[in-house]
Design a binder for this molecule. Sequence first.
Ligand SMILES: Nc1ncnc2c1ncn2[C@@H]1O[C@H](COP(=O)(O)OP(=O)(O)O)[C@@H](O)[C@H]1O
Ligand SMILES: O=C(O)[C@H](O)[C@@H](O)[C@H](O)[C@H](O)COP(=O)(O)O
Length: 224
Amino acid sequence: MSTSIPHTSDHLPLSSSASKLANGAPLTNGHTSKNNQPETTHHHIWLITGPAGCGKSTVAQFIAKTMNLPYLEGDEYHPTANIDKMAKGIPLSDADRWDWLTNLREESIRKIHAGAQGVVLTCSALKRKYRDVIRVAPYYSHDVLVHFVYLHAPEDVLVQRVGARKGHYMGANMVHSQCMILEPPGPEETDVITVDVSASVEEVEAEALAKIREAVKRELVRDS
Ligand SMILES: Nc1ncnc2c1ncn2[C@@H]1O[C@H](COP(=O)(O)OP(=O)(O)O)[C@@H](O)[C@H]1O
Ligand SMILES: O=C(O)[C@H](O)[C@@H](O)[C@H](O)[C@H](O)COP(=O)(O)O
């Protein structure tokens, strides 16, 4: 692995502070040939979003397995204080979420720089400003493209699914607060794929995969 970002024509020079991850580790160049990919091949962050119970983890695992990409489960990156709060039924504040979101972006880039062709990441990303944190990824790694797969279903469906789920700190009592602050992606957010998840797991997974493949095809056409 190389240790610094080369200041070549397709890399904006980054300031010394911007060229480091939050923990001080350097951001490294992802333009290796580890996957035998040409230099111009994009790396994707597929961010599976939506409120608790919409099926982010379920769909992300399927997509990651099918596309042979690493899977980053956003829930695993919360500080203990956030998990304790949510387990008590207290919704997180914006302040609780910023470092978590930045960390998810950086972990995704780190995986790509370590040789992954892309990553599949789960994160509710309920507000536009949260999605914008992840959208900054190409600033740090110029060949990265961020896509959101927004999973949605009526609140009562989410409540029922979270209620039936076992062994998770997030209780069904948290769904309402999530739906209240949810800012569904608007038409101007052109990097979003939307999937209605009211259908069965198999149907939802198939639709998400088909839409992801269409997005990749569109990219190839655009780049050719
Ligand atoms: N399309 C679906 N139909 C029925 N149940 C589902 C569907 N997708 C997910 N589930 C179930 O709903 C619960 C919540 O799904 P999960 O993937 O944990 O959602 P999230 O990660 O968004 O909170 C899980 O028990 C899961 O098995
Ligand atoms: O799987 C779930 O039940 C949710 O996705 C859950 O994990 C939670 O939503 C976030 O991790 C907390 O963050 P937010 O309050 O920003 O959704």
